[in-house]
Design a protein around this ligand. Structure first.
Ligand SMILES: CC(C)(COP(=O)(O)OP(=O)(O)OC[C@H]1O[C@@H](n2cnc3c(N)ncnc32)[C@H](O)[C@@H]1OP(=O)(O)O)[C@@H](O)C(=O)NCCC(=O)NCCS
Length: 210
């Protein structure tokens, strides 16, 4: 399978920060990610890899047999993220995302795709993976803030059933922009579960063909 979601590790942080700089007007310092991975037991961060990308022209050895990897098979993501093993394939990371669990709410803190890999369904793959994690850790709702001008991201969230629930005025310090607050319905409701399964099936089909 070409696109693979992995748990973010400390070794991934330099590449994550590179992508973040390309994706956001303002960024976290690398130490913030390291702190999240090391100290925040409620945080879950993922990276998306493109297995076709190799570093220095050397094919990246598969980390585990292909047959063990399936879209949306995520139990391996739920361990802690403190590993410091060096990953040889940093260049293969093309996106990252994360959430915090707060009681029964999953708060999406970040989601970003490298600009060269957008509009292929991969941001959606990361969002669906975060929602899968939300289910696995017992969240009942998923929420996030998004810039009022960020229509691409808002469209993505609306596709997955997020609805506007208010504004945080001047939330973003770089330009004083307002944030739209968005929430899903209860993700365990039969209607949401069904919609989510349908979206994931369509996405698996789309990505399986790439
Ligand atoms: C938001 C982001 C992660 C989307 O990633 P992506 O891989 O390009 O998105 P996908 O190809 O998976 O698109 C999924 C859905 O998002 C919406 N979408 C994504 N890009 C869009 C665009 N340029 N215009 C309109 N809708 C868009 C669509 O609803 C799309 O569904 P569709 O393919 O059925 O039309 C990406 O644009 C990004 O990294 N942006 C910068 C960081 C950012 O703003 N993050 C969000 C912070 S709240």
């Amino acid at each position: 399978m070409r696109y693979v979601i992995d748990r973010m590790t400390m070794a991934d942080v330099p590449r994550v920060v590179e992508i973040e700089r390309l994706a956001y007007p303002s960024t976290w310092p690398p130490s913030a990610y390291r702190k999240e991975l090391q100290d925040n037991r409620w945080a879950h961060y993922i990276v998306l890899r493109d297995k076709k990308i190799v570093e220095g022209g050397i094919p990246v050895p598969a980390q585990e047999p292909e047959r063990q990897r399936r879209f949306f098979s995520l139990p391996f993501l739920l361990g802690r993220s403190t590993a410091t093993v060096s990953t040889p394939d940093l260049a293969s990371i093309i996106g990252f995302a994360g959430l915090w669990l707060m009681v029964d709410e999953a708060h999406i803190t970040t989601i970003a795709m490298h600009p060269d890999f957008r509009r292929r369904g991969l941001g959606e793959y990361m969002l669906a993976s975060l929602i899968d994690i939300a289910y696995s850790i017992g969240a009942r709702w998923v929420t996030l803030e998004v810039r009022v001008s960020n229509y691409s991201a808002q469209n993505l969230y609306r596709k997955y059933g997020f609805r506007e629930a208010g504004l945080r005025h001047r939330y973003y310090s770089d330009n004083q922009e307002d944030a739209l607050i968005m929430w899903t319905d209860e993700i365990n409701s039969p209607a949401y579960k069904q919609k989510f399964q349908e979206l994931k099936a369509a996405l698996s089909h789309k990505l399986g063909a790439s």
